[in-house]
Design a protein around this ligand. Structure first.
Ligand code: IPD
Length: 273
């Protein structure tokens, strides 16, 4: 892999990301064990999740900037640390993706960390903090889990496909998302709502899900998982030629993407609040 203008190759950036994300995952898991005691004594449930989110993010940001002081970081809790110069690295971090699962102790919550240069994600890792499962990708270097190259699902028809999605936190947005889902569910094998967008993308990359779509994601939800899905050969995009983003993200194998895309356009999945 060629060197990019940051002085580091995507592989070198990935190595840093993997180390930092693994350490962050250990902290997230440990804090959850301690939080059970906290919830019963002094804190509210949301305080516990917010405290863990903040602590994990602080730890990861410190570790990144210790290694690479000139870089910027966009994190869910703290926002953008510094303006990033052209050609410099911006790390995009979700300290705990799947916070509701984290709260309930369901084993689908993850640290998601990506390295972006000039608006292009060049390396990414997602670590399921509950299980230690890990997915990685570099731009042009493929997507990997446990030394196995990922290639997505071979499914080609919507009616045979297992489709994952997610819902925003806003009730008005959910109303529309629920209406879309009520009509889509009759056309597919089944629907899954696992509760962590980064893991949805990784599971789609490895073919454990056939496709995934969601409206309303933030960049930190999909930066790393989106690269992993793309590098697994999936099409990752929005509707009607738009790039993947907050209005809509669809990730599907090339043979399945058009059918899912067209159904989502017909159902106005990018509409509503
Ligand atoms: C959420 C999860 C969820 C998705 C939401 C996200 P958070 O992230 O990824 O699966 O449906 O849109 O906001 O709040 O757990 O970091």
């Amino acid at each position: 892999m060629s060197e990019i203008s940051t002085g580091s190759t995507p592989d070198e950036l990935l190595a840093i990301a993997v180390r930092v994300a693994r350490e962050a995952a250990v902290t997230a898991r440990r804090m959850r064990a301690e939080a059970i005691v906290d919830v019963q004594t002094k804190s509210t449930e949301t305080d516990v999740v917010t405290a863990a989110d903040k602590a994990v993010e602080r730890q990861a940001v410190e570790a990144l900037l210790k290694d690479r002081p000139g870089d910027g970081v966009l994190g869910e809790e703290y926002g953008d640390s510094v303006a990033v110069a052209p050609g410099a690295v911006r790390w995009i971090l979700d300290p705990i993706d799947g916070t509701v699962n984290y709260l309930y102790g369901l084993p689908q919550y993850a640290v998601s960390l990506a390295a972006e240069v000039d608006g292009v994600v060049v390396a990414g890792v997602v670590v399921n903090a509950a299980t230690g499962d890990e997915w990685t990708a570099t731009k042009g270097g493929g997507a990997w889990r446990d030394g196995r190259r990922l290639t997505g699902s071979a499914r080609t028809t919507l009616d045979q496909s297992l489709i994952a999605t997610g819902f925003g936190y806003d009730a008005r947005r959910r109303e529309h998302q629920g209406a879309v889902l009520a009509r889509l569910i009759t056309r597919v094998r089944d629907i899954r709502r696992l509760g962590a967008a980064s893991l949805d993308l990784c599971l789609t990359a490895e073919g454990s899900l056939d496709a995934y779509f969601e409206k309303g994601l933030n960049l930190w939800d999909h930066a790393a998982g989106g690269l992993i899905a793309e590098e697994a050969g999936l099409v990752v995009g929005g509707l009607a030629g738009e790039p993947a983003g907050g209005r809509m993200l669809v990730a599907a194998p090339p043979a399945l993407f058009p059918a899912l895309h067209d159904a989502l356009v017909e159902l106005d999945a990018a509409g509503g609040a």
